[in-house]
Design a binder for this molecule. Structure first.
Ligand SMILES: NC(=O)c1ccc[n+]([C@@H]2O[C@H](COP(=O)([O-])OP(=O)(O)OC[C@H]3O[C@@H](n4cnc5c(N)ncnc54)[C@H](O)[C@@H]3O)[C@@H](O)[C@H]2O)c1
Ligand SMILES: [Zn+2]
Length: 375
């Protein structure tokens, strides 16, 4: 088992990473002394796959265990679902010392973490991520929240977990599409901060796609280190350092919104966004043509898209304008994208990225246009 620490003073916590380590989870929680009654927020599919193993690990250490299921859907990260869960938990919560276990992918992690942040003004929670994306990204860093009719990221909090426990063996049941979605974030880490990680994926991508245990362990560990490092330097995203994690997300989010979150997974959209950012960097002569090619090749090699299918440029731009009507100036992303003072994270090499403002909108449009593929 490997252990990393996210150093945030009194809010510090460990990220524990290992293979087949779920049986150790109960013992670790016992040591943390975070309560005696576990409420496991999950979905029926994950519960069916791994619920018994988790329950055994907790019960062996004397915890009471209650499962709270939400439907296996992107839309489960909603205000309705959150309030519904609170109602169910409040009815159960008599004379208990509750804590929450977020047992699932990013949807469950964001929802359960947010719920923990507001229930009784905050109760402890832990992240037990079951997707690659959640193990390398969403499970770490304490950004929790729900989606709301009037815009993404309007309701949320910074609320750190007490521990992040990543059992790599849980990833074995992921389908290829889910695995690739997480891999997009891993490639992002390589581009912004770690050429060694990037090279590792170039060399070992077949092993990763075959869910080779050592390869998964390597990329989860390397990515978690980078995320932990960035979070501890800029916990609340105010210093400009956490922004580097948005590589590929400006255009990626626009693609997701334009397709109403149906055509592309988050990772697929940010893979396209990453190639677009690299292309902009190449045009601005910040990135060499060779490095650009390496980025595009790697994204293609792992089977992620580099072209946008069946979406018009106007739809991508319109999706943002529509958001703006509701969200106004608070949505930094809209400003990043269409505002006069837009802001992009651009790779300036493999392993290094910078935040650039005022990228000409015409250049952005041209790059997106060059990626459009109508079938
Ligand atoms: N908080 C953050 O910092 C942050 C960062 C990135 C993304 N996110 C959020 O994360 C979400 C996406 O997360 P995701 O990609 O994990 O999607 P997800 O949570 O929807 O999970 C994807 C699918 O995988 C299934 N699944 C989960 N674990 C599995 C396993 N071990 N085996 C087989 N199937 C499994 C789920 O049931 C689901 O159908 C989005 O809502 C995004 O906004 C948050
Ligand atoms: Zn992301």
């Amino acid at each position: 088992m490997r252990k990393l620490t996210v150093n945030l003073g009194r809010r510090s916590y460990d990220i524990v990473i290992g293979y087949k380590v779920l049986p150790e989870f109960g013992r670790l929680l016992r040591k943390l002394k975070i309560g005696s009654d576990a409420v496991v927020v999950t979905n029926p599919y994950i519960r069916k796959l791994y619920g018994d193993r988790l329950e055994n690990s907790l019960k062996e250490e004397g915890f009471s265990v209650r499962f709270e299921e939400v439907p296996d859907s992107k839309t489960s990260k909603s205000d309705k679902m959150c309030l519904n869960l609170i109602k169910r938990i409040a009815l159960y919560d008599e004379q208990r010392t509750l804590f929450i276990i977020a047992f699932g992918g990013g949807v469950i992690g964001d929802l359960a973490g947010f719920l923990a942040s507001i229930y009784k003004r905050g109760i402890p929670y832990v992240q037990l991520p079951t997707t690659l994306l959640a193990q390398v990204d969403s499970g770490i860093g304490g950004k929790v929240g729900i989606d709301w009719t009037y815009g993404k990221n309007l309701i949320g909090a910074f609320y750190q977990p007490k521990v992040v426990f990543s059992d790599i063996s849980l990833l074995k049941s992921l389908n290829l599409r889910q695995l690739r979605s997480g891999l997009a974030e891993v490639i992002k880490y390589g581009i912004i901060q770690d050429e060694g990680l990037f090279r590792y994926i170039e060399k070992r991508y077949l092993g990763i796609l075959k869910l080779n245990e050592n390869d998964l362990l390597h990329i989860v560990l390397a990515s978690s280190k980078i995320k932990a490092h960035i979070v501890q330097k800029d916990e609340r995203d105010t210093e400009g350092k956490r922004m580097l994690l948005n590589l590929g997300h400006t255009i990626g989010h626009a693609i997701e919104a334009a397709t109403k979150y149906t055509l592309y997974s988050h990772g697929e959209a940010i893979a396209i966004g990453t190639v677009c950012a690299a292309q902009i960097a190449k045009i601005l002569r910040l990135l060499s043509p060779d490095s650009f090619q390496r980025i595009e090749n790697l994204i293609l090699k792992v089977g992620l898209p580099v072209k946008i299918q069946n979406v018009k440029l106007t739809e991508i731009l319109k999706a943002q304008l529509h958001d703006k009507k509701f969200i106004g100036r608070k949505n930094r992303f809209v400003l990043q994208f269409i505002g006069r003072k837009n802001r992009f994270v651009l790779p300036v090499g493999i392993g290094k990225a910078e935040v650039r403002e005022n990228v000409p909108l015409e250049m952005v449009k041209k790059v997106i246009k060059s990626r459009l593929e109508c079938t």
